[in-house]
Each structure stands twice: as C-alpha cells, then as structure tokens.
Ligand binder design. Sequence first.
Ligand SMILES: Nc1ncnc2c1ncn2[C@@H]1O[C@H](COP(=O)(O)OP(=O)(O)OP(=O)(O)O)[C@@H](O)[C@H]1O
Length: 317
Amino acid sequence: MTGPAIAVERLTKRYGDVEAVRGIDFEVADGEVFGFLGPNGAGKSTTINMLCTLLTPTSGRASVAGHDVVARRDRVRRSLGLVFQESTLDGYLTAVQNLRFHADLYGVPRAAATERIGSLLELAGLWERRDDLVSTFSGGMRRRLEIVRGLLHTPRVLFLDEPTIGLDPQTRAAIWDHVHELRLRERITVFLTTHYMQEAEHCDRVAIMDHGAIAVIGAPDALKSAVGEDRLWIRTADDGAAEAALRERFGLEAARQGDALTFTVPEGESFLPRLIAGLGVPISSVQFARPTLEDVFLAHTGTTIRDAATPAGATAG
Ligand SMILES: Nc1ncnc2c1ncn2[C@@H]1O[C@H](COP(=O)(O)OP(=O)(O)OP(=O)(O)O)[C@@H](O)[C@H]1O
C-alpha cells in the first residue's frame, strides 16, 4: 500500500451543542503501531467510531487504507479489524468454530479460511487448544483469540480498544509480544487506545487527545524529552564541594534533597560519565530519572492518566 494507513483532516463530530471532536488532523503511517490516549470524554471513542465507519463525521475527512470512511464505507470495513473491550467470543463454541463463524461473516473462502485459521492459531500459541470450548480459556487466551479473529480477513489496519484492560501484567506482556510478532509477520498497522502508560511505550507514536483536540503527537521518547530534562541525584563525600564543582565545572545549580544533591540535565546518560570523570569529588551513589509518559500526559492534559481512567463512581477494570 502507498500513502498513510490512516489520514484524518479537520475531522469534526458534533452531538447537538457538544463538539466531541473539534477538527482534528493526523496521519498514521503504514505499518505503524499508533497509540491513542486521553482522559475520559476527550473524544477518543468518537474518533475511532468515525474511522471504523460506525459514526458519520459532522465535517472533515478521514480515510483508512486509502478509502474514504463515508464514500467507501464497505471498502473501509473490509480493510480493518476490530477488537473491542468487551469480549464478543462465543464461549459455547470452540476456538476454531468462533473463527470459522467470523470468516463466513466476512466471506473468506473456505479453503483460504482453514489455512489462515491454522496459521493464526499457531501464531497466537492456541493451536493445541483449537478444539476446546472458549469458556475454558483464560482471559489472556481469549484476548489473543479475539485479536486473531480481528485479523482473519487480512485487514490492513487493526483497531484495538484497550487491548489488555483487566489482564494481569504478565498476560499484558504476552499480548504485546503477540502484537509485535503480528506486526512483523502480517505487516499490519495497529491503532490502539490504552490507559496504561507502559503500553503506550510500545507504540511508535502516540497522540494525546483532550477536549476534542489532539494536544500532542509524537514518538514516546521525543514527547518525554520535550516535557523536561533528566533528573539526577548524587550522594558524595562532600556535598559543599560537589555543589561548588557542579556550578563551576558544569554550570549546574544543584539543590539538596534529603542526603542527596539533585539537578537536571538534557541527556543524563551521556552526562553521567563526564560527571564522574570531572567532578573532582568522590561520588558514592547516583540515581537517574527520565520524564515518563505519565509526565507528558500530565503536562498536556493537566491530569494524570490514573485520575483520568477512574472518574468518580467508575472502576479501573
Ligand atoms: N451519543 C452521544 N450523544 C451526546 N454526547 C456524546 C455522545 N457520545 C459521546 N458524547 C460526548 O462526546 C464527548 C466525547 O466522548 P467520547 O466517548 O468520544 O470520549 P472518550 O475519549 O472516548 O472517553 P472514554 O475514555 O470515557 O471512552 C463527551 O463529552 C461525551 O459526553
């Protein structure tokens, strides 16, 4: 495919007086893993629903795999795979039966479906369990099966809505291994929403949406660097001398925090060897912290994603 996997231009959605999506623009490159983050009510679901042709935009344009989401709705639907938060697998059917049902729904020819079901089940590590009822599967197995099902009709773009919500950290890691493997094997573009910042770290780029607009978009590392410098804490044999040396030799103003000196630098990793070689005061320990995506989220939305994920009366899943 040439051109972006997803292209969005001045896309707007209004519900009566509420402008849920306010003329947003962004592109997702072919083969990219793209994360969509934002507080509750930011407009994420509305945007995704427009991209998946489940909602009609009020104005603006969007295309998926080169097809306009309004004018070429059928082409768009065939180009995308959807995995929603709520499981839509049938527990009374086996893994293969669930997949077969989906393949029929999408008109995948029988022979091709059989082959694809086999290779995808293998890829998901579920081949041995193919003839077991889905009701006997763990949460992680079900989620892997759902992702596999979303890929059966060979879509170009896979939409994952909170792909690992409610799963334990180990299972989350397994799902991510699976997504990375898929991306290599299927060369698919992945568009996902998440409330887990660790999960956003797996993305090539993330967009943070707030109040119906894209607050910021970029690679996780670039976003983190833009938010602030790396912070170091050092413990030394002589804090007074170290403070003076930091000022004179490196032009840094350090502050005392507990029994440590702390200061910030643009690139902690490359600064550290220079510091150790040039401070002239023995250093007994060093700690180092880089801004996190959590800091990025806070800087752009004024809220932490934990707060955003759990409004009053809701549970975090
Ligand atoms: N069918 C609707 N009718 C009226 N307003 C709606 C409708 N759907 C969403 N909204 C409003 O549009 C805004 C964006 O909602 P949306 O569900 O897209 O946000 P979100 O970022 O997906 O939030 P969440 O993380 O809670 O799913 C909110 O103010 C919401 O109340």
